[in-house]
Design a protein around this ligand. Structure first.
Ligand code: SAH
Ligand code: SF4
Length: 373
C-alpha cells in the first residue's frame, strides 16, 4: 500500500488527526517543528516524540514519497532535480538562484491535459494529480539539498510553474500553499509565491475569493483569439473575453497585480503589431498588470517553433514600453542543463525507452510514463 505523505497535512489538519488516532493534539506543534525546522528525514529522528505516537504516524504516513533519480547542476547555479514518485512516475523540480533569493519551481501534475502547442509538458496527457504532500516534498527535497551544503541557505521563493496546470489540481495546490506559508513551518511569505495558470476563468475567480493571497501569473501568449487558439487550444473553451472577465474580477476583488506571461515564438506572435495589440488589450488595466516576455526554449517535438531573434524581442519590449505597459524579459536559468519546463524529464524518458528498445526490440514504451512538463 502506498502511504500518503505527512507533508500534505496543514498544521490544523495534523492537530485534528492526532486525537482521532488516540494521540494528544498538543504533540502536533513539536512534530511540525521536527518536519519543517529540524527537517529530519524520517519519523525515527523525532527523538522527543513518544514512541507510541511515532508508531501511529509511521503506520499511516511516509516522509519520503519522492526519491532523487537525477540531479543536474548548471554553471549558473541552477539545479534541476528529476524525482521519482512512489508509483514510479518521474517529475521535475528546479532550484534557481536569483538576485532576490532562491526560487524553487514545482510540478503539480504528472503530465498536463491543456496541451499547449509549444510545451513539452502537454505532449502526453495527465496521468494523475500530485497530492499536496508530493508538492510540499519537492520544496523539502531542495531545502535538504541546501542544508547538506551547510551554507545556511533557505528557499525563499516558490513558483508553481513546473509540469501541469495548478488550477486543474486546485485543492492540492491550495493545501500546498497553506503548508509552505505556515509561520511555524517554512514560513514562506505569500508575496514570494507565484502560481501560473493557462487561464481557467472559474478557477481564477475561486483563487480571487480564497484566502491564499499569493501572486497570480497568467499564460497569455497571444493578443487575440485566433492566434491564441492556434498556440493554446484551451482558448477555444475559454476565449480571451472570458479570461479578461475573470482578470477584472480578480483585480477588483484582491487589488493585487497580475503578471501575464508571453512566450515569444519567431514570426508567430513576436512582431511589433502583436505587441501593439497586446498593449491595447491591457490598456484599461495598465496600472495593475505587467508582462513577462519569455524567450522560447526549443522543444524537439515542436520543431514548428523557433526562438525569436534578439531584434524581435527588443522590438516587442520597446513597443510595450512606448505604450506604458510594464514589462520584463525573463532571464534564462540553466539553459545548459535542459532547465526548460519538462525537458530533462523528456530526455531522460526517451533515453531509457531507447535503451530498453535496444535490449528488447519488441517492447513497447509505456506512453503514460513519458508525460512531461
Ligand atoms: N500550466 C501552467 C504552469 C506551468 S507552465 C501555465 O501554463 O501557466 C509555466 C510557464 O512555462 C508557462 O508560462 C509556459 O507557457 C512556459 N513554458 C512552457 N514551455 C516552454 C518553453 N518550451 N519555453 C519557454 N517557456 C515555456
Ligand atoms: Fe500545460 Fe502549462 Fe505546458 Fe500549457 S504551458 S501544456 S498548461 S504545463
Amino acid at each position: 500500500m502506498i502511504k500518503s505523505s505527512i507533508y500534505g497535512l496543514t498544521l490544523e489538519q495534523l492537530r485534528a488527526w492526532l486525537p482521532e488516532h488516540g494521540q494528544k493534539k498538543s504533540r502536533a506543534s513539536r512534530i511540525w517543528e521536527w518536519l519543517y525546522q529540524e527537517r529530519v528525514h524520517d519519523f525515527g529522528g523525532m527523538s522527543d516524540v513518544r514512541q507510541e505516537c511515532l508508531d501511529v504516524l509511521t503506520e499511516h504516513f511516509t516522509m519520503n514519497s519522492l526519491s532523487e533519480h537525477v540531479k543536474q547542476e548548471s554553471a549558473d547555479g541552477t539545479v534541476k532535480f528529476l524525482l521519482r514518485l512512489q508509483d514510479g512516475n518521474l517529475i521535475e523540480t528546479v532550484l534557481m538562484r536569483q538576485k532576490y533569493g532562491l526560487t524553487v519551481c514545482v510540478t503539480t501534475q504528472v503530465g498536463c491535459n491543456i496541451g499547449c502547442s509549444f510545451c513539452a509538458s502537454g505532449l502526453i496527457k495527465k496521468s494523475r494529480d500530485l497530492s499536496a504532500g508530493e508538492i510540499v516534498e519537492q520544496i523539502m527535497h531542495v531545502q535538504r539539498h541546501l542544508d547538506a551544503a551547510g551554507q545556511g541557505e533557505r528557499v525563499t521563493n516558490v513558483v508553481v510553474m513546473g509540469i501541469g496546470e495548478p488550477f486543474d489540481n486546485f485543492e492540492h495546490m491550495s493545501n500546498f500553499i497553506e503548508v509552505v506559508k505556515d509561520r511555524k513551518g517554512l514560513a514562506l511569505a505569500a508575496k514570494r509565491i507565484t502560481v501560473s495558470t493557462s487561464g481557467l476563468p472559474d478557477k481564477i475567480k475561486e483563487f480571487a475569493d480564497s484566502s491564499l493571497q499569493v501572486n497570480l501569473a497568467i499564460s497569455l501568449h497571444a493578443p487575440n483569439n485566433a492566434l491564441r487558439t492556434h498556440i493554446m487550444k484551451i482558448n477555444r473553451a475559454f476565449p480571451i473575453e472570458q479570461l479578461m472577465d475573470a482578470v477584472d474580477y480578480y483585480l477588483e476583488k484582491t487589488n493585487k497585480r497580475i503578471m501575464f506571461e508571453y512566450i515569444l515564438l519567431r514570426d508567430v506572435n513576436d512582431q511589433r503589431e502583436h505587441a501593439a495589440e497586446l498593449a491595447e488589450l491591457l490598456s484599461s488595466r495598465k496600472s495593475m498588470v505587467s508582462v513577462n516576455l519569455i524567450p522560447y526554449n526549443p522543444v524537439d517535438e515542436h520543431s514548428q517553433y523557433q526562438r525569436s531573434t534578439e531584434e524581435s524581442i527588443l522590438g516587442f519590449y520597446d513597443t510595450l514600453k512606448k505604450n506604458n505597459i510594464n514589462s520584463t524579459v525573463r532571464m534564462e536559468h540553466g539553459s545548459d542543463i535542459d532547465a526548460a519546463c519538462g525537458q530533462l524529464r523528456s530526455k531522460q524518458m526517451k533515453n531509457s525507452v531507447e535503451a530498453k528498445a535496444d535490449e528488447q526490440p519488441l517492447a513497447k514504451p509505456d506512453a503514460s510514463r513519458l508525460a512531461m512538463g
